[in-house]
Design a protein around this ligand. Structure first.
Ligand code: TRP
Ligand code: ZN
Length: 484
């Protein structure tokens, strides 16, 4: 289907193909891979890296963040960002020093519990030495004042991302990393936290972020401050800010606020219509996965040529306008909304398990298509199973390697693995499993091993062979059949 085997290409070209669109040119993904001077792979309290096998320098060890309070002022005219970040955390060990991830930008001031702290930069790390070590088990508050022109992260294999200056504003977006381009952060999904945002932009521009809208108020100098709050634990790569000229729509659904935005540069039409289906798609997914996990709904459509993908930013996915150029496209909406359960509420603990996000989100697209009276999930499986190219069978979705994190194996074979599981255990156990998994792991992190264990417990079946073939094998497994 897709000529491009790299990455999110899959989702974009796949969804465009569904919508009858021409395929997009090769999209890129970003990651920060510059080795951090002095970083060690150990989990010594303090230093950089949580020990993710694929991204050893991502995140930091020694503490656990509870809440980020991010006050950011951005002027698109000058591309100048001024930030004041408050990071509330708990020390996991005595911390004579600790790291936060921060790429570019100039740090002006750091305090720990209100006391000025020493700070240095090492590559994309901000190293903070408090006046006195933070004691193991202690809650502490770091406040960082910073400014500068944000620079997106670049990586040979995955492309660019993070804070992007756009024609009329900015978009902060990217996976596996993007947050560190605009605030100091423990940038790894294993450390989820609550977020409060206050985004100050020139009057007339919209500033959207995650979660529940907290209204707007006038700020100094002809600026407006937009407030947003995401109370449920959120992985840092799922944070977003979108600034610019947007048509907004607001509402309420199931007692929760709905807030969506479509770039004003786009003609009113397919994008607006597709995003307006958000709550209907979410209600359908709720019938399959269990309760919608967050306190707000929405979606943002950006018209920025460098963003050729969608991302499941928590409670409010961001979509490239490309998805809607061929007409309404609820397939991509179903995909991003499915991630609200699988990816956002239940998050990976390490990037190698990304198929847990993408396989289930792909499968949700298949279920949604069947629900809408298009192909059955079985027909989609049959189609994928017979047409997948060699790379899909060569790359194991549950151990794809960092370079194949967003490969067709992770998405399409991941979806096929979910269907193979369904066929093997039967619909009753399969749909109970989906709800059980979402409920038991809600607001947390999970691994493939835990998914396998839950599948075996719920179905009462031994599934080692099935998962070995579908998740870890390097050749095409036999077609699934109903077990015992
Ligand atoms: N996870 C996104 C999705 O499935 C797609 C994606 C992959 C992506 N890599 C990315 C989005 C990098 C933004 C940046 O919907
Ligand atoms: Zn996805």
């Amino acid at each position: 289907m897709s000529r491009n085997r790299r990455g999110l290409a899959l989702l974009v070209t796949g969804a465009l193909a569904l919508a009858g669109c021409t395929a997009d040119p090769a999209p890129r993904r970003e990651s920060r891979s510059a080795p951090t001077p002095g970083a060690t792979p150990s989990v010594t309290p303090g230093p950089a890296g949580v020990g993710d096998p694929y991204f050893p320098t991502a995140g930091n060890s020694g503490y656990d963040v509870e809440r980020y309070t991010l006050k950011v002022r951005y002027d698109p005219a000058s591309d100048e960002l001024r930030g004041d970040a408050t990071v509330r955390a708990t020390a996991g060990a005595d911390l004579p020093l600790f790291h936060l991830d921060l790429a570019g930008l100039t740090v002006r001031r750091v305090t720990v519990d209100g006391v000025p702290a020493r700070h240095t930069r090492e590559g994309t790390e901000l190293v903070v030495t408090p006046a006195a070590p933070v004691r193991a088990g202690a809650a502490f508050t770091v406040q960082v004042g910073y400014d500068g022109r944000p620079v997106p992260l670049r990586n040979e294999t995955i492309g660019e991302g993070g804070w992007l200056h756009t024609a009329d504003g900015a978009v902060a977006l990217g996976q596996p990393e993007s947050a560190s381009t605009w605030f100091p952060v423990n940038d790894h999904p294993s450390d989820k936290a609550a977020y409060d945002f206050e985004i100050t932009v020139p009057k007339g521009l919209v500033a959207v972020a995650n979660g529940v809208p907290g209204g707007q108020r006038l700020a100094a100098g002809g600026f407006t401050t937009w407030r947003w709050s995401e109370a449920a634990p959120m992985a840092s790569y799922l944070s977003t800010v979108v600034i610019g000229k947007y048509r907004t729509s607001t509402g309420e659904h199931q007692g929760r606020p709905v807030f969506s935005a479509v770039a004003s540069s786009l003609p009113r039409g397919a994008a607006d219509g597709s995003i307006a289906r958000t709550v209907a798609v979410a209600d359908y997914l709720e019938s399959v996965f269990g309760p919608y996990p967050f306190a707000a709904y929405g979606g943002v459509v950006v018209d920025e040529p460098r963003i050729r993908y969608a991302l499941e930013t928590q409670s409010r996915p961001v979509y490239s306008a490309n998805f809607f150029r061929g007409g309404e496209n609820t397939g991509v909406v179903a995909h991003e909304l499915a991630h609200q359960w699988f990816g956002d509420s239940v998050s990976v603990a390490r990037w190698a398990d990304i198929w847990l996000n993408e396989g289930l989100a792909t499968y949700a697209e298949w279920l949604w298509a069947e629900h809408e009276g298009r192909n059955t999930a079985q027909a989609t499986f049959d189609q994928e199973y017979t047409t997948a190219d060699d790379a899909v069978w060569r790359v194991p979705p549950a151990a794809p390697g960092a370079a194949n994190l967003f490969s067709e194996s992770v998405y399409q074979r991941g979806g096929m693995a979910v269907h193979a599981l369904r066929v093997t255990v039967g619909d009753d156990a399969f749909f109970r499993l989906l709800k059980t998994w979402a409920a038991e792991k809600r607001n947390g992190n999970a691994t493939t091993a835990e998914f396998v264990a839950t599948a075996e417990r719920v179905s009462g079946q031994q599934l080692d062979d099935l998962f070995a073939a579908w998740l870890y094998g390097t050749e095409r497994p036999p077609p699934p059949t109903r077990a015992g």
